[in-house]
Design a protein around this ligand. Structure first.
Ligand code: ZN
Ligand code: ZN
Ligand code: ZN
Length: 355
């Protein structure tokens, strides 16, 4: 990680600017990052976010795009839709409201070709004076699909990539930044550490850190969509590390880095709780990981790994489960079981599936 900052300084690259490419899901990528780390364009965003969060780079907002909630592509089209059936096929319509009988209908229904008079199709009376017999409510629209008459269309969204159709609020805002070298960059490179002056970052061995909660949440979201697409599940292990002390914490993180598979993601939140996400892992794999970590900690402590509370979940994507809520659900579930366990080391396994 830090080598990249050194590269920026030695090559005199003051700014890492995003470049637009319509073929990419997020639409923007950072050529300099992809080249250096040999990662795909999505990971470039996460890598730079991590540098920013560790105050190694500054950033400025360049654009705000909208991503499809289903496929994460930026190819989102906002459109006005019928509030009843979501059809885009509606037209402006002159609507007449007949005071006498209360009938509301389109102008064409009242027009009578034979007499050129306006006749109410409901009560058959002749309409003479606007304001006295009838009025025209504000500009109305009529849906060609369900025939509904309405004055305010709703704003919906459609994704060109996966054809998802939903409400405008379903689209997820995503901010695109340009990153620049800052006053910490050189110091971090010089000391080969992200925490040169107590910036408050937990570093482990050189170049290895955990994702923070925000980055983890983003990765979880991506993995969740993949799991949904392929009908897989995601396992998440959570445990508290506040009893471990810095030395043991560092070696535990190193140990997890050794035993984890490549797609597994390790994260620590600001309160010191570790989260490990194992995409497409079986129950057995998840249990094995928990057992290994517990044994490692017990071995190091030379006692039972008491006061380290492990909690494991298997997440099975269900319809309409908002991804932002998954992490909250994991936390709530952890807290609930933690409270019930009176602090003893207990293992829980749980499956959520929202209908
Ligand atoms: Zn009438
Ligand atoms: Zn309609
Ligand atoms: Zn889509």
């Amino acid at each position: 990680m830090i080598e990249f900052l050194g590269h920026l300084l030695s090559e005199n690259i003051p700014e890492i600017a995003p470049v637009y490419d319509s073929k990419l899901s997020i639409g923007y990528y950072y050529p300099a990052v992809n080249l250096f780390f040999a990662v795909d364009s999505k990971d470039g965003h996460i890598i730079l976010l991590r540098f920013f969060e560790h105050q190694a780079l500054d950033r400025k907002l360049i654009n705000r795009i909208h991503l499809c909630p289903k496929c994460l592509y930026h190819t989102v089209n906002f459109q006005e839709q019928c509030p009843k059936c979501s059809s885009i096929d509606f037209k402006n319509s002159d609507v007449i409201h007949h005071f006498n009988c209360g009938y509301v209908g389109e102008m064409s229904e009242f027009l009578n070709e034979a007499t050129t008079q306006m006749i109410c199709p409901k009560c058959g009376k002749v309409l003479r004076h606007i304001g006295m017999d009838y009025d025209k409510p504000a500009q109305m629209h009529k849906c060609n699909s369900c025939k509904y008459i309405f004055n305010e269309s709703k704003v919906g969204m459609q994704c060109f990539h996966c054809n998802y159709i939903g409400d405008a609020e379903d689209a997820k805002d995503y901010d695109i930044y340009s990153y620049t070298v800052n006053k910490n960059t050189a110091r971090i490179v010089e000391r080969k550490s992200f925490d040169p002056s107590g910036l408050g970052i937990r570093t482990t061995k050189e170049g290895f850190m955990c994702y923070n909660k925000q980055a983890f949440s983003f990765i979880l979201w991506q993995k969740y969509l993949e799991a949904e697409e392929f009908g897989d599940s995601i396992s998440v292990i959570m445990f508290n590390t506040d009893m471990l002390g810095n030395e043991l914490l560092r070696s535990t993180i190193e140990y997890i880095a050794e035993i984890k598979r490549t797609p597994d993601t390790v994260s620590m939140d600001e309160t010191g709780r570790m989260l490990i996400m194992l995409p497409r892992a079986t129950d057995t794999m998840m249990m094995e990981m928990v057992t290994k970590i517990k044994e490692f900690i017990s071995r190091k402590l030379k006692s039972d790994s008491a006061h380290v509370f492990f909690h494991a979940e298997i997440i099975k994507p269900g319809k309409h489960l908002k991804v932002a809520n998954i992490l909250d659900m994991i936390y709530q579930s952890y807290d609930k079981h933690y409270a019930e366990s009176s602090g003893e080391s207990v293992f829980h396994e749980e499956t959520f599936e929202e209908k």
